[in-house]
Ligand binder design. Sequence first.
Ligand code: AMP
Length: 281
Amino acid sequence: MRVVATRAELAEAQEGAGDRRTALVPTMGYLHEGHLSLVDRARELGDRVVVSIFVNPLQFGPGEDLERYPRDRERDLDLLRQRGADLIFVPELDEMYPHGEPTVTVSPGSMAKRLCGAHRPGHFRGVLTVVARLFGLVRPEAAVFGRKDFQQGVLIRRMVRDLEMGVQVELSPIVREDDGLALSSRNAYLGSGERAAAAALSRALFEARERWRAGTSSASSLLEGIRGRVAAESLLQLQYAEAVDPDSLESVGQVVEGTVLALAAFCGTTRLIDNVELSGR
Ligand code: AMP
């Protein structure tokens, strides 16, 4: 496994790659099994797996956790080595943005005004801009993202389609703890009481999926159930719960196979997101 920190080293590694098919996994580090499952999927899609680790300031809003975002470079590299990644790109800020903050950025359009985007203005512009930049630097044939960040995945797919980027975008299943909590680097922020309370988020989503499987098709009824479950945990503060079409992200009134139930909530000061796709009725 080779680790490169500069654009020059990356370019050199790219030249050495020949015509091997490259699959890219962009991350912000502090890796867990969710990230590593993307590496496994990338291995199936390419002959060469490139992982980037970069905490992208463009996607953090004022007052968010950019400065305290957890970091552990050596541990990340050990995990990636064990998982068989080929090339790791770990740029510092001035390697990623050598001309300072970009003035030309990717506008995510109206789909970024919903769900998380409604509460994190500028977030998806920052995400799409860094992903477009990574695509330009790494030139992957495929890229793998997690369904945990469902809106992000849908927007990246749409960007690749609308801007003809020619990258195969794969969305990989959510990896969860035994009690259902979706793995997240931000779970490290949770105290033990918060950690226990956080499991109510996935429980609420799974319960809604069971109610749908048992015949409830009204989105408002399912969402009321979710709100009630979350409200019962005093450490949780729901930001939104919505039932959306998986392609347009528009809210739906009647829930069907493929509809996504998505939520965001604060657990103490930590913002957590989760979602389930409805299937198996
Ligand atoms: P992050 O480092 O949080 O930016 O995440 C990097 C990638 O890992 C994104 O595509 C995430 O959607 C994905 N990811 C994060 N958590 C999980 C998880 N629990 N299961 C699957 N993928 C995940």
